[in-house]
Design a protein around this ligand. Structure first.
Ligand code: ATP
Ligand code: MG
Length: 558
């Protein structure tokens, strides 16, 4: 399990240390990650996963996976499976401790009967609108529901009949009987159960009453022996209710809820509901579209689990909401890929180069190292021949003064191979488009250095035409135009129409054509790329994960 990166110094660790010093929970630390299976996990969830699994491991404790599946209308098995796969990919494991709130429905129901028996819960017939009215406002206290003083016997009878399916959706709810004048509106007799006639992905038609999050969550924590229930700041106001329920039911060693700040990222949406809209309305190719901030999208894009974990550690755990720059995440992606991705050459927009003094049937082979950052990555053989492809943008017929790449009469270095000089430009007589360059090479410069010490200012990459494999390359830009995609109220209006560019007819080194989906490489000067699941040996497909921060192209000589 991935624990090494976890930085166990934050306010939550301080609370754990205090609990241990005071002998609470017998020194145990037991957390849980509780996703609702109503969508795929996103980068925000990664923070919660790293925190929950990380802090448990750092304290010799355990972390459960718990599906918070209390809403049958929005939840699906597809999401359950995807969530599990994503957590494993991120590097964490729940062993045999995968639980579901729905697995506790019987116990939760029994506890509801107990609350009713103690006069702490009642069945209320107010409609949604009326209930809102009775609830008051932040400045005005609420009014008691006319059903608040029903007898225990009547409440028990009605609640049992709710369960038995006698009433339609919305006809009645079970509410806690707390305080309609409470300053904290959450405590004004919150709803514990509602009637929903729907099929649940796990329990089928067994239930037509479903507990609310506020009711199910603390009690699920209690059932699992959770000690520290970590959730995001918006649940701070819910904490008194969390504690109230555990108190009423006299749960020993009751878990404690601790809130931390959500992760927000610039140019990014971290809301499953909003992301689901993008999928359902077809604005993206699916939950795993490489532009999506989902873990499955980032995986397909080529982000590594190490990079995400390092990022989450770096962001830390705090009590104040803030927005982290996407650049910070990208920094960790680059840092990891720089260490691990083998270097290759690929020409995305090919221009043909013929070396007129290079024998027709000759082939050179250059052995080049795969990763200068990692000697263990070894080397590979790159073939060279008379006809090559270079990047269209590496040639200019009339170069401006700072342009040091190829132009008529100019000598440049083909990366790791030879110096070449452009002798002739072949153009389409109609359009003037440059079709081909005729160049000479200097055999004395094999390996890319001149024995006479002469220098060239430009180094460009290339592939041998005869050996190259055709590939499709997908280039991505930010999915949203704005730093805060929610601004203006409509995320769809802020979508970037140019977030995807598909290049076909790209030319890649032969060695990469057999790479399996998920393989990550650096194409020199173009950035880091990942083989897409759509790829085949006949037609490799690469997603650009991220550009290089720094390129060695252009002006700088090597
Ligand atoms: P969403 O709005 O995307 O549905 P959620 O909080 O409703 O988010 P859950 O499935 O309930 O989604 O989340 C599971 C856990 O992940 C919760 O404990 C939640 O607090 C945490 N979480 C969700 N989003 C973030 C985030 N942006 N940063 C940190 N933790 C998050
Ligand atoms: Mg939720």
């Amino acid at each position: 399990m991935a624990t090494q990166e976890y930085n166990a110094s934050n306010f939550i660790q301080d609370i754990i240390n205090e609990d241990r010093a005071a002998g609470r929970y017998g020194g145990r630390v037991h957390t849980r990650f509780p996703p609702e299976p109503n969508g795929y996990l996103h980068i925000g969830h990664a923070k919660s996963i790293c925190l929950n699994f990380g802090i448990a491991a750092a304290n010799g404790g355990l972390c459960n996976l718990r599906f918070d599946d209390t809403n049958p209308t929005t939840e699906e098995v597809e999401y359950v499976e995807a969530i599990k796969a994503d957590i494993h990919w991120l590097g964490f494991d729940w062993d045999d401790r995968c639980f579901t709130a729905s697995g506790y429905f019987d116990q939760l129901y029994d506890w509801a009967l107990q609350l009713i028996g103690k006069g702490k819960a009642y069945v209320c017939d107010l409609g949604l609108e009326e209930m809102r009215e009775y609830r008051g406002t932040v400045t005005e206290p609420g009014r008691p529901s006319p059903y608040r003083d029903r007898s225990v016997a009547e409440n028990l009878d009605l609640f049992r009949r709710m369960k038995a399916g006698e009433f339609p959706n919305g006809a009645r709810v079970l509410r806690a009987k707390i305080d309609m004048a409470a300053g904290n509106m959450i405590m004004r007799d919150p709803v514990l159960y509602r009637i929903i006639h729907a099929t649940h992905h796990r329990t089928g038609a067994a239930w037509c009453i479903y507990p609310t999050y506020d009711y199910a969550h603390p009690l699920s924590d209690a059932i699992e022996g959770i000690t520290h229930s970590l959730c995001t700041l918006e649940f701070e106001d819910h904490r008194p209710l969390y504690n109230w329920l555990l108190e009423q039911l006299q749960i020993p060693d009751a878990p404690k809820q601790i809130e931390f700040a959500r992760l927000n990222l610039t140019h990014t949406i971290t809301s499953k509901r909003a992301l689901r809209r993008l999928v359902e309305e077809g604005h993206v190719g699916g939950w795993d579209d490489p532009r999506m901030p989902t873990l499955s999208g980032m995986r397909r894009r080529g982000y590594t689990p190490e990079a995400l974990r390092n990022f989450c550690t770096d962001v830390g755990v705090g009590k104040t909401n803030s927005v982290v720059s996407l650049a910070q995440l990208e920094h960790f992606v680059r840092e990891d890929l720089n260490r691990t991705a083998p270097r290759m050459m690929a020409v995305l927009k090919p221009l043909k180069v013929v070396l007129v003094n290079y024998p027709e049937d000759q082939t050179d082979e250059f052995t080049v190292e795969n990763n200068p950052e990692d000697p263990a990555a070894g080397s590979r053989v790159v073939p060279f021949s008379r006809t090559l492809f270079i990047e269209q943008e590496d040639f200019m017929e009339e170069p401006p003064s700072k342009y040091f790449r190829l132009s008529p009469g100019r000598e440049v270095r083909l990366k790791g191979a030879y110096f070449i000089t452009c002798q002739e430009v072949i153009k389409d007589s109609q359009t003037g488009e440059v079709l081909e360059l005729r160049c000479t090479y200097d055999p004395a410069t094999r390996g890319g250095e001149a024995p006479d010490g002469r220098k060239v200012k430009g180094t460009i990459h290339w592939v041998s035409a005869r050996h190259a494999v055709d590939a499709t390359v997908r280039l991505y830009d930010s999915l949203f135009n704005t730093e805060n995609p929610g601004e203006g109220g409509d995320i769809v209006a802020n979508l970037n129409p140019d977030s995807l560019a598909v290049l076909t007819g790209c030319k890649v080194e032969p060695s990469v054509s057999q790479a399996r989906a998920g393989t990550r490489v650096q194409f020199l000067r173009h950035g880091y790329f990942c083989v897409d699941p759509d790829s085949s040996p006949e037609l490799p497909v690469f997603n650009r994960t991220i550009t290089l921060k720094d390129t060695w192209a252009g002006a700088r000589a090597r």
